[in-house]
Ligand binder design. Structure first.
Ligand code: BDR
Ligand code: CA
Length: 306
């Protein structure tokens, strides 16, 4: 059996690849998928998770919808990056099962409680569901091995000058998670911006000859267009599967322990992750912060499951 994991996500083009990696690599045991509002509204992110798993032929993993808005404030989706469906680009017409008839937070509680081994939570969207789990079911904390999230940055942001999308969308949730005392790994923009879907990466997806490989190539082609338009990037960064890869093969990322806090009150910096890489604050390290990525190995791993 692989490492027991739950993937909490908001598909999203890069979340779709994270889902395929989590479901497709047998070093992980994907217990469940939970969805959150973020890149698009909750109905759309849930539908997208169901569609991607159905296309991949994954039928034995429950998918539950979670929180439809951040803990505080209104939801601002990323339609400029992911389109009006949250997964614009390819034709994704596939019969799909319904989502589980249970809230995501309750599904997480049940899966964590029922697992013989402590569970790793991988979060690739705003941290709303995860924060709700920690706050409403404190008894599960000892049953969680660690939380690995894509979000934040040691450098600058992508949604505001210093704020990354997942954290800016729900800063209070991120604050709850970062102050939970659990082992936490942060996969921020500083590493995910190295994981670029270049034309040769996209060709590698297509060359797999599988339907899912072709769909991923089309997803990345759409994503390349929006990243070029919005950020001027030649090749789009594929953030979320890096968090999954870090669990499958820890040798792919370099981590250093550091204190990380979220700015909740800044006039211009709300949602920024303040990462103290040089011990200037005297705060205890609460996060293993990713500072390096073995890019070729990451793409080999990602391509292998398509
Ligand atoms: C994060 O925001 C979303 O748009 C992506 O899916 C990723 O999780 C990158 O900032
Ligand atoms: Ca995401």
């Amino acid at each position: 059996m692989g490492i027991p994991v739950i993937l909490d996500c908001d598909p999203g083009h890069d979340d779709a690849l994270a889902l395929l990696l989590a479901a497709g690599d047998d070093r992980l045991d994907l217990l469940g998928v939970t969805t959150v509002a973020g890149n698009q509204t909750l109905d759309k992110t849930t539908r997208n998770a169901l569609r991607i798993l159905a296309l991949a032929g994954v039928t034995d993993v429950p998918v539950a919808a979670g929180c439809e808005r951040p803990l505080v404030g209104d939801l601002e989706v990323a339609a400029d990056i992911h389109g009006s469906t949250g997964l614009d680009g390819p034709e994704l017409d596939v019969p799909m099962p319904p989502s589980a008839d249970v809230h995501a937070v309750e599904l997480m509680r049940r899966l964590v409680t029922g697992s013989p081994e402590p569970v790793t939570l991988i979060a690739t969207g705003p941290l709303t569901n995860v924060a709700m789990l920690l706050r409403t079911h404190a008894s599960v904390l000892p049953l969680i091995k660690r939380i690995v999230f894509m979000g934040g940055s040691t450098e600058r942001g992508n949604t505001t000058p210093y704020g990354e999308f997942n954290i800016v969308t729900d800063p209070e949730a991120a604050d709850i998670v970062l102050r939970s005392g659990l082992p936490i790994t942060m996969i921020g923009l500083n590493v995910t911006h190295q994981a670029r879907a270049t034309p040769s990466v996209i060709a590698g997806f297509r060359d797999k000859g599988s339907r899912i490989g072709a769909i991923c190539a089309e997803l990345m082609t759409f994503f390349a267009g929006t990243y070029l338009r919005v950020f001027g990037f030649e090749d789009p960064p594929v953030h979320d599967p890096v968090a999954v890869a870090a669990v499958i093969d820890p040798s792919l990322v370099t981590l250093i322990p550091a204190p990380v806090v979220v700015e909740l009150a800044g006039v211009h910096t709300r949602g920024a992750t303040v990462v103290d890489l040089h011990g200037r604050t005297g705060l205890p390290a609460n996060v293993d912060v990713a500072v390096g990525l073995e890019v070729a190995g990451f793409w080999r791993l990602m391509t292998s499951v398509l």
